[in-house]
Design a protein around this ligand. Structure first.
Ligand code: SAH
Ligand code: SF4
Ligand code: F3S
Length: 480
C-alpha cells in the first residue's frame, strides 16, 4: 500500500493549501491596483494567500501613492492603526510583518522606517518581484529597504498563468504596457517615483492578454503613465505605436473591448485618433488630462502644449468618433494662477463638454519645481475654485448621462446588482449600468436600452435577453 505523506508541502503545488495570509491595501492610480495583483502573484508560490481581513494577515502591504500630500500622509495614519493591531497579535504570540510598497516607498525609502519603526520592509514599484527574497531575509531592527531600479525586467518574474486558473479576476482587467514618465510636469512626482518611460515588448503584452482572455477576461485597460507614448518592440523588430498594439490585441480571441489610460495630449498621434473610428474593440472613451485652460499656466506646468492645441485634438478625435466620451484631469490653484487664468479653465470646460473629470487642488510636492515657487495660491482660493469647477463638471456629467437615455448601448455585465434579480455592468462610455436580468448574463456583452439615471449609475432594460457573447464582439457602440 502507498502511504500518502500526512503533512504535504503546500508549496509543492500552487493549488494546495496556503500557509500564510497577505493583506494588500492600494492607494492611488490604476497602475497601483495592477501592481497589487502582481505582488499577490509573486507571493502566491511562497504560500501566501490573499485575505480581505487585515486581522488575520501574517503580512500587511500598504501599496502607497505619493501624488498629493493627502494621499502620502494617509500611510502614516494607517500605520498607526496597524501598530495597535500588531501589538495585540504579538501579545498572543502571533507575528505580523508590515511592508510599505508603491510610490511613497520609492520617494521616501528608509525615511519611512525612521518615522515609523513598525515597518519591516520598504519596497519600491520597480522591485516588488524581489518580495519573496526580501521576506526571506532575517528580520532586523533596521528593516529592509529596496528602492532600486534593477536592470532585470520585473514583469519576467511574475508568475501569472498558473494563478489565474485558480483565481477569477473578473471580466475586465488592467494590463500595464508602459511605465514611467519623461515629461517632468513641474507639479508632479511621477517621473521620480516611477522612473524613466519604459514600454514593454509587444510579445509579452500579447502573452499576458491571451492569459487574461483564457481566464475569462473580456475587457482590458492598457495602462501607462503616458500610455499613448507607447513605443514597445514589435513582433517584427520595429517600435510599435499604441494604435498598432491595440489592433494586435483586438485579434486575441475572447477580448472584445480595449481601453487605455492615461494619455498625454502631446502623444495623441493621428493613427491613434483614426483608430477610434476604425477599430470596433476600441471603446469610445478617451481620458485626456489637460490640467488647465490658461496658456500661461500650461507653460508654467511644463505641459508643452496650448489650450488651443488641446481643443484641436478633441475636435479631431470627435471627427473620428462623434459619440466618444471625453474625460480629463484638472489642477486648480497652481502657483501663480490668477482669477483670469482660472476663468480660462472654466471657459475651456464649457467649450469642450466633458463626460466626467477629476479635479484637484494643487498640492506642493517636495522636490518638484512648482513647490519652490513663492507665489503659492491661498487654500481658501483653491477651495472656491475647486467647488466652482466641480459644479460645472457635475452638470456636464449629468448632461452626458442624460444624453444616453433612450439609446441602446452594449453593456459588459460584471456582477450581481444592488437588488436581487439585478445585474450590473459597464457601458462603452464607462458608465455603470443596472438592469433586471439573469445572473447567467454576467460575463457577456449585451445590448441594453438606457431608461433613466439612478444614483451613480444608469438604469436600463435588456433589449434581447437571448443574446450571448458569441455575438457580442460585433456590438460595441450605440445601435439606435
Ligand atoms: N500622466 C498623467 C497623470 C498622472 S497623475 C498625465 O500626464 O496627465 C494623475 C493626476 O493627478 C494628474 O493628471 C493631475 O491632475 C493630478 N496631480 C498630479 N500632481 C498633482 C499635484 N502636485 N497636485 C494636485 N494634483 C496633482
Ligand atoms: Fe506627471 Fe506630467 Fe508625467 Fe503625467 S505627464 S505623469 S502629470 S509628469
Ligand atoms: Fe500615485 Fe504613483 Fe500612481 S504617485 S498616482 S500611485 S504612479
Amino acid at each position: 500500500m502507498i502511504r500518502l505523506p500526512s503533512n504535504p508541502d503546500p508549496k509543492a503545488d500552487e493549488g494546495g493549501p496556503a500557509e500564510k495570509r497577505v493583506f494588500i491595501k492600494s492607494y492611488g492610480c490604476q497602475m497601483n491596483a495592477y501592481d497589487a495583483t502582481r505582488m499577490a502573484d509573486v507571493l502566491a508560490p511562497e504560500g501566501y494567500a490573499e485575505t480581505a481581513d487585515i486581522a488575520e494577515a501574517d503580512l500587511v502591504i500598504l501599496n502607497t501613492c505619493n501624488i498629493r500630500e493627502k494621499a502620502a500622509e494617509k500611510v502614516y495614519s494607517e500605520l498607526g492603526r496597524i501598530r495597535e493591531l500588531r501589538d495585540a497579535k504579538a501579545a498572543e504570540g502571533i507575528a505580523m510583518r508590515v511592508a510599505v510598497a508603491g510610490c511613497v516607498a520609492q520617494a521616501e525609502g528608509a525615511e519611512i522606517i525612521r518615522r515609523e519603526p513598525l515597518v519591516d520592509l520598504v519596497v519600491g514599484p520597480q522591485a516588488y518581484h524581489r518580495l519573496p527574497e526580501l521576506l526571506r531575509r532575517p528580520v532586523t531592527r533596521k528593516g529592509i529597504v529596496d528602492t532600486e531600479f534593477p536592470a532585470e525586467d520585473k514583469f519576467d518574474h511574475l508568475p501569472l498563468a498558473s494563478r489565474l486558473k485558480t483565481r477569477a479576476r473578473g471580466f475586465s482587467a488592467f494590463l500595464t504596457v508602459q511605465e514611467g514618465c519623461d515629461k517632468f510636469c513641474t507639479f508632479c512626482v511621477v517621473p521620480y517615483t516611477r522612473g524613466a518611460e519604459v514600454s514593454r515588448p509587444v510579445a509579452k503584452i500579447i502573452r499576458e492578454a491571451e492569459e487574461l482572455a483564457a481566464a475569462g477576461v473580456r475587457e482590458v485597460m492598457l495602462l501607462g503613465q503616458n500610455v499613448n507614448a507607447y513605443h514597445g518592440l514589435g513582433e517584427d523588430g520595429e517600435a510599435w505605436t499604441l494604435a498598432r498594439l491595440m489592433r494586435r490585441i483586438a485579434q486575441v480571441p475572447g477580448l472584445a473591448r480595449i481601453r487605455y489610460a492615461t494619455s498625454h495630449p502631446r502623444d495623441m498621434g493621428d493613427d491613434l485618433i483614426a483608430l477610434h473610428g476604425e477599430l470596433p474593440e476600441a471603446m469610445p472613451y478617451l481620458h485626456l488630462p489637460v490640467q488647465a485652460g490658461s496658456d500661461r499656466v500650461l507653460k508654467a506646468m511644463n505641459r508643452k502644449h496650448t489650450a488651443d492645441e488641446y481643443r484641436a485634438i478633441i475636435a479631431k478625435v470627435r471627427a473620428a468618433r462623434p459619440d466618444i466620451a471625453v474625460t480629463s484631469d484638472f489642477i486648480v490653484g497652481f502657483p501663480g494662477e490668477s482669477d483670469a487664468d482660472f476663468e480660462a479653465t472654466m471657459a475651456l470646460v464649457r467649450e469642450i463638454g466633458f463626460a466626467a473629470a477629476y479635479s484637484f487642488k494643487y498640492s506642493e510636492r517636495p522636490g518638484t519645481p512648482a513647490a519652490e515657487r513663492k507665489d503659492q495660491v491661498p487654500e481658501t482660493v483653491k477651495t472656491a475654485r475647486l467647488a466652482a469647477l466641480q459644479a460645472l463638471i457635475l452638470e456636464q456629467q449629468t448632461a452626458f448621462n442624460a444624453g444616453t437615455i433612450g439609446k441602446v448601448v452594449d453593456v459588459l455585465f460584471e456582477k450581481p446588482g444592488r437588488n436581487p434579480g439585478q445585474i450590473g455592468g459597464k457601458s462603452p462610455y464607462l458608465q455603470a449600468v443596472h438592469v433586471e436580468g439573469p445572473a447567467s448574463l454576467i460575463g457577456h456583452i449585451v445590448p441594453v436600452k438606457i431608461t433613466g439615471i439612478a444614483s451613480n449609475s444608469l438604469a436600463g432594460m435588456l433589449v434581447r435577453p437571448d443574446i450571448r457573447s458569441s455575438e457580442s464582439k460585433r456590438f460595441n457602440s450605440i445601435v439606435a
